[in-house]
Design a protein around this ligand. Structure first.
Ligand code: CA2
Length: 148
């Protein structure tokens, strides 16, 4: 079955526990549950991961080769800084959707730059946890449906 890796970056393990005014009250475990329900409906397998470490994220992206057909990536603050993550996505050639809970374009200037967007199929931001489901729907459509 088509498999999608959903990878979350630094500090996202704190989701629902701190700064609810910015990131809401839904925990990352609850987001994972929403993704599992959506994946079942869409007919794709998912693996849901989180790491606070750039190198671990790079290893997980390298390991998509032969295992996962798509990557949904909320790289957290590494989005705005990491050429290394950008290079990992390019070298793995895995179709990638960049995802953010918040609307990064309505926030500080330093969040407007994304190295991930340069190598992504597309970007979804500003829809909170629902963005994960939207990203899965977009990825399933890209991988499973006629793209003409
Ligand atoms: O909006 C997003 O999803 C972000 O990727 C979240 C990152 C931020 O650096 C990006 O600019 C946008 C921050 C993740 C921090 O997550 C926390 C969650 C709850 C409490 C504290 C931090």
């Amino acid at each position: 079955m088509t498999s999608v890796l959903i990878l979350n970056g630094p500090n996202l393990n704190l989701l629902g526990q701190r700064q609810p005014q910015v990131y809401g009250r839904t925990t990352l475990d609850e987001v994972a549950g929403m993704c599992r329900t959506a994946a079942e409906r869409l007919g794709v397998d998912i693996v849901f991961e989180q790491s606070n470490h750039e190198g671990t994220m790079i290893d997980l992206i390298h390991a998509t080769r032969g295992r996962h057909q798509g990557l949904i990536l909320n790289a957290g603050a590494y989005t705005h800084t990491s050429i290394a993550l950008m290079d990992a996505i390019s070298s793995s050639e895995v179709p990638t959707i960049e995802l953010h809970l918040s609307n990064v374009h309505a926030r500080e200037d330093f969040r407007h730059r994304s190295y991930i967007a340069k190598v992504a199929l597309g970007v979804i931001c500003g829809f909170g946890p629902r963005g994960y489901v939207l990203a899965l729907e977009a990825m399933a459509a890209h991988l499973l449906e006629d793209r003409s």
